[in-house]
Ligand binder design. Structure first.
Ligand code: NAD
Length: 273
């Protein structure tokens, strides 16, 4: 077992590798296939996709082509906003599964909080009880969304995937999630490419003889947060995985915490899509 399979244990005992591979904005077809194959070759065993990315089919093809046992790879996909609702979510799940060419996914997420969260969650609970997903969770949920969901949920979400990086550490959400045994997962852990000009991180990268990407990702691991960096460049895919053989000191973790600022993505309370 390599370090790349170091895993968080979700509230139901399922293991979720701390390092995953993101596929947002990677076009379907050979680009996605080659990127996922490269990630699997390097040792990633966790792939994050979504219906809206349009690349589920290519992700599935890459996984089959890799020759690695399906059970060794943790696969996440998400129900899109326009599919929210009970029956429509069940239908969307069948479509995702068929595109992936799989008979289960490891984690199914509500992509964004919307009015029909509760009905949608009931569908996810059914999929979970039917054994068609190994874990269920949410994405882009703020604390108030989680609180509302928990009032109606039979099963507490196992994961919350949110925008999270040194400039927007989501300390309050992290604390809330830890208290409720919800694993926090960071999307945009490299600030969608904007993390690289942060002087604090450049200084730490020099100090530890690492890259800015490695500092930003390692920082999350030490906070107990799952990361899913995206790249189609084989060297960067490898670079982003080399985060298990060094440690950021407690003092320097606090230095990174001084970076606090704004989110760069959509505010989940004000999305129009
Ligand atoms: P990211 O933070 O992973 O940044 C990706 C960008 O950084 C790309 O432009 C890439 O070329 C660049 N990059 C990657 N590694 C680098 C390196 N080592 N050196 C220099 N540049 C590097 O952003 P992301 O893709 O938005 O987020 C990661 C994943 O999170 C996505 O691919 C997707 O799977 C998921 N995601 C989920 C949501 C959601 O709403 N749930 C939203 C966005 C992303």
């Amino acid at each position: 077992m390599s370090d790349l399979t170091l895993s968080a244990t979700l509230s139901n005992g399922v293991k979720m590798p701390y390092l995953g591979f993101g596929t947002f904005r990677i076009p379907p077809g050979d680009v996605t296939k080659n990127a996922v194959l490269e990630a699997l070759k390097v040792g990633y065993r966790h792939i994050d996709t979504a219906k809206i990315y349009g690349n589920e089919q290519s992700v599935g093809e890459a996984i089959r082509e890799s020759g690695i046992n399906r059970e060794e790879i943790f696969v996440t996909t998400k129900v899109w906003n326009t599919d929210q609702g009970y029956d429509s979510t069940l239908r969307a799940f069948d479509e995702s599964l068929s595109k992936l060419g799989m008979d289960y996914v490891d984690l199914y997420l509500i992509h964004w909080p919307k009015d029909k969260n509760i009905e949608t969650w009931k569908a996810l609970e059914k999929l979970y009880k039917d054994g068609r997903v190994r874990a269920i969770g949410v994405s882009n949920f703020k604390i108030h969304h989680l609180e509302h969901l928990l009032q109606h949920a039979e099963i507490v979400p196992m994961v919350n995937q949110v925008e999270c990086h040194p400039q927007f550490p989501q300390d309050d959400v992290l604390e809330y999630c830890k208290a409720h045994h919800i694993q926090l997962e960071a999307w945009g852990p490299l600030m969608q490419g904007q993390v690289f000009n942060k002087q604090v991180l450049i200084d730490l990268a020099n100090k530890y003889n690492r890259t800015v990407a490695q500092i930003a990702l390692r920082w999350q691991l030490q906070r107990g947060v799952v990361v899913i960096p995206k790249s189609t460049n084989p060297e960067r895919i490898r670079e982003n995985s080399q985060i298990f053989d060094f440690e950021i000191s407690e003092e320097d973790m606090k230095v990174i915490a001084t970076l606090k600022g704004e989110r760069i993505g959509h505010d989940p309370d004000h999305i129009t899509f």
